[in-house]
Design a protein around this ligand. Structure first.
Ligand SMILES: CC(C)(COP(=O)(O)OP(=O)(O)OC[C@H]1O[C@@H](n2cnc3c(N)ncnc32)[C@H](O)[C@@H]1OP(=O)(O)O)[C@@H](O)C(=O)NCCC(=O)NCCS
Length: 429
């Protein structure tokens, strides 16, 4: 089989052989196709990069039709079951699972970088009383670049690792403090006796007790949620990290851009919309009328459907299981009953079956977060903490990829050309 594509340009009658490698052609090869020698080369128009690969990556594999998600080749189900978030973070960053010594060193390093400079605290205290925690997180991660000016030396491997450890370590501190600020509560310093996720819960919820130790089942459930969110290949925020990182800026600035992307409702906000929807439906009896409205095109069943997954999102299955563990501690969220019934009906209904609409990661995650008593504004902050190792693994890959260039998409120019400027006095006369 010849691994190439023959293209005939009907404008000129000329044929071109375009090589195919790894299931793709190079857009630059299409650029050689021209209507005339001095005409611009053929471009590919692809808003939203729907069918354009921007990089080669070995971090995360997704098969949306089969519902497969793997980090560095390991199925998400196995990692969620048997691993910890920090082990998964190591796997994403280093490409392989750690030995015992490597794991202990990694956990130690992350644990001892959880504190932030006192001026970061002052900076965060300066936000308006009702500042959105995601806006605070984005700004404070960006601000870290000014505390570690050496972070800009991205060609230095040791320096890169240092910033990666710092960022994974400090993210829960910044996330928890963003939450406390909105509540008018004092910031809680990290407790390095606790695990990564237990310490995060302590910084969120500790009051006057000398030590805050959350129920182990809750710690495990949140740790699992972090694992499920740790990477998802070239999504909007990862693309933002890579795009900004391609200018060779420091990783704090690149990750701050990723947080900005995640802040948007089309990316990180669907689980909040699911809760609003469940609350509006109110009880099981109202489900048929609601489903009819969805099928009539009046609205969408939030938490269903995915750009990539045309099968059950593997993360949704794991979260559904985690719901049981969390509700055992917190009591059942009454909205769960509606969610389960909605899922049952939708999975049997031809409208959803035909369109391959299955529950996605957001269908159940909001219910769990609510059981932890997180306000909806915190949902994306939790997502960001989980996604940080993925952003950094992708950034690391970018910094070492010789094929990468500064991101600079083409445009198809549709505007005017060569107009004559008329000075203001004449235009306004
Ligand atoms: C995630 C999402 C944006 C993916 O969209 P997409 O890949 O661009 O799919 P499309 O919008 O082209 O939808 C394809 C068809 O399924 C329908 N559809 C998609 N998601 C739907 C949903 N949640 N409820 C009802 N119908 C839906 C569309 O109306 C369309 O039907 P049509 O072919 O009759 O016009 C979309 O499924 C959605 O809006 N889901 C709800 C929001 C959500 O849960 N987002 C979180 C994603 S992790």
């Amino acid at each position: 089989m010849t691994e190439s594509l023959t293209v005939r340009d009907n404008r000129t009658g000329q044929e071109y052989d375009v090589p195919i490698a790894d299931g793709a052609i190079k857009a630059a090869d299409l650029g050689k196709i021209k209507a005339a020698d001095d005409a611009p080369g053929l471009a590919v128009y692809d808003p939203g990069f729907v069918n354009t690969a921007s990089c080669r990556s070995s971090v995360t594999y997704i098969d949306g039709d089969k519902g497969i998600l793997e980090y560095r080749g390991y199925p998400i189900e196995q990692l969620a079951e048997g691993s910890t978030f920090l082990e998964v973070a190591y796997l994403l960053i280093h490409g392989s699972l750690p030995s015992k010594v490597e794991y202990e060193q990694w956990v130690h390093d992350i644990t001892y970088h959880t504190f932030v400079h006192e001026n970061v605290k002052g900076f965060m205290e300066g936000f308006r009383y009702d500042a959105h925690p995601m806006g605070m997180l984005m700004a404070s991660v960006g601000a870290l670049s000014t505390f570690y000016p050496e972070a800009g030396m991205i060609q230095d491997a040791e320096n890169r690792q240092m910033q990666i450890v710092r960022m994974i370590a400090k993210m829960p501190t910044l996330g928890a403090w963003s939450f406390r600020h909105a509540q008018g509560k004092p910031f809680v310093y990290p407790d390095n006796d606790l695990s990564y996720t237990a310490n995060f819960l302590s910084m969120l919820f500790k009051m006057s007790e000398s030590k805050y130790e959350a129920d182990e089942r809750l710690v495990k459930a949140l740790d699992t949620l972090f694992i499920l969110h740790a990477d998802h290949e070239q999504n909007c925020s990862t693309n933002a990290v890579r795009s900004v990182g391609s200018s060779q800026v420091d990783p704090y600035s690149a990750v701050a851009a990723g947080i900005g992307a995640l802040y948007g409702p089309l990316h990180g906000g669907a689980n909040e919309a699911v809760l609003r929807m469940l609350r509006r439906i109110g009880s099981k009896e109202n489900i048929p009328a609601f489903i009819k409205g969805v099928k009539d095109g009046n609205e969408r069943l939030m938490g269903f459907g995915h750009r990539v997954y045309k099968n059950y999102d593997p993360r949704a299955k794991i979260i559904k299981k985690a719901c049981d563990d969390v509700f055992e501690v917190t009591g059942v969220n009454p909205l769960l009953e509606i969610a389960l019934e909605l899922e049952k009906i939708a999975l049997e209904d031809e409208y959803f079956v035909k369109r391959k609409l299955y529950p996605n990661v957001d269908f159940y995650s909001g219910l769990i977060y609510e059981a932890f008593q997180f306000p909806p504004e915190m949902f994306t902050v939790l997502f960001a903490i989980g996604r940080t190792p993925g952003w950094l693994a992708q950034w690391l890959e970018l910094t070492q990829d010789k094929e990468q260039k500064i991101a600079r998409p083409k445009q198809l120019y549709m505007g005017d050309r060569g107009l004559d400027f008329t000075p203001r006095e004449q235009r306004w006369a």
